[in-house]
Design a protein around this ligand. Structure first.
Ligand code: CP
Length: 314
């Protein structure tokens, strides 16, 4: 696609190609497909803070052999009132081929669905979606499951209603046969009627953990809270979070994923994050090959030439 805003923008065969190319890039760190000239120019434009997404795209771009442009929204003419469309068109005419964009506004890229001014990857938009994070999480889960996620259960525990990665994961993981249980305080859980068939809800953390093969923890996204979800939860770690001691007491020493940033002492404890069960750093490591695969696939498609990788069109 020219716009990767949502997991819905990818077909299952396209996702399979991204997984296979990510593995290829991970296994062959010497490969840099953009190293011959002219090198593509790829920008990141982050209107919200980021440590993982922005810098892993920057590393992925350099690993591919592309040129990286760090577009600073704070010092740009966006601050003079220029529209996003004019901003993207300006980058396009400067020769930028693709822009990774993060915003606090959900669905902000949807206005470009019919004709994107430049190729765009959603680097997280408000509470809507974070597709590249979900794809690297899928890649990590497949590795942890030795290749087959079919029939496995993952519990996504925490602030589910405000989590853009959670929203991408519940679209993505069932495509690979996974059952998903969303858990957390009831104010942080969506209306079950809005969920896909393979996704259920539970407010009982221990029961949820006992049914799971994997745990995926979410940060409480205070910056996105309003109304009921603004409720303060005392002793969150004891009542809703996951500690190493809890997993030992339930005899469930299973992998724990987290998209980061993690709030130690809230959704998990220091002993868990320092244990071998914690896979957050593996997710960060895997973010580079998966984001290389995403950029490669999107840049192969241009007006004259639909890109084909491993027989699949992009
Ligand atoms: N996972 C994630 O999006 O982290 P950053 O906010 O640090 O990019």
């Amino acid at each position: 696609p020219s716009l990767l805003e949502s997991i819905d923008d990818l077909s299952r065969p396209q996702i399979d190609v991204l997984l296979s190319r990510a593995k290829h890039f991970k296994d062959h760190p010497e490969i840099a497909p953009f190293s011959s000239t002219p090198k593509p120019i790829i920008a990141t434009s982050f209107l919200e803070n980021s440590t993982r997404t922005k810098h892993s795209f920057a590393v992925a771009i350099r690993r591919l052999g592309g040129l990286y442009l760090d577009f600073n929204a704070e010092t740009s003419s966006l601050k003079k009132g220029e529209s996003l469309e004019e901003t993207f068109l300006t980058l396009f005419y400067q020769g930028v081929n693709l822009c990774v964009f993060r915003t606090s506004v959900s669905h902000q890229l949807s206005e470009f669905r019919q004709s994107p001014p430049i190729k765009l990857v959603n680097g997280g938009d408000g509470i809507n979606e974070h597709p590249s994070q979900a794809l690297l999480d899928l890649y990590t889960l497949i590795h942890l499951a030795n290749g087959d996620l079919n029939g496995k259960t993952i519990s996504i525990i925490g602030d589910n209603i405000h989590s853009r990665v959670g929203h991408s994961l519940i679209k993505l993981l069932p495509k690979f046969g996974m059952k998903v249980i969303l858990s957390g305080p009831k104010d942080y859980l969506p209306d079950p009627k809005t969920l896909p068939a393979q996704v259920e809800i539970s407010t009982n953390r221990n029961e949820t953990v006992l049914k799971s093969d994997f745990i995926y923890l979410l940060r409480i996204q205070k910056e996105r809270h309003a109304g009921a979800a603004n409720a303060h939860y005392d002793n969150y770690l004891e009542n809703y979070g996951v500690s190493l001691e809890l997993l030992k007491s339930l005899n469930k020493l299973i992998p724990v994923l987290h998209p980061g940033p993690a709030n130690i002492g809230v959704e998990l404890d220091q002993a868990l994050i320092k244990s071998s069960l914690y896979k957050g750093y593996l997710q960060v490591e895997n973010s580079i090959p998966m984001r290389m695969a995403i950029i490669e696939a999107m840049l192969l498609n241009n007006d004259q030439n639909v890109g084909i990788i491993n027989g699949e069109k992009f």
